[in-house]
Design a protein around this ligand. Sequence first.
Ligand SMILES: [Zn+2]
Length: 85
Amino acid sequence: MKCRYCGDVYSENVIDLHEGRCPERPKEKELKISDLNAEPAIELANKTDDIDKIIAWLAEESQGKDRKTVIDALETKMKELEGEE
Ligand SMILES: [Zn+2]
């Protein structure tokens, strides 16, 4: 099957996985952790399973508002995701 973004061919069982991570995939409205209040930001961190996002948010938050509670939630999640791989 062909990736609808980059056109590379993948087998049926990995095409969804690839499309989810395809570098050619158009950026969705990128959610900025700094646009959120601490509470929804933490909630978002907790339900996100994409370590790349978590890392990006961690960088964004530490260079921006640097809220300890948000940083803690992101770091905890990052360790959790790293542990799974
Ligand atoms: Zn692709």
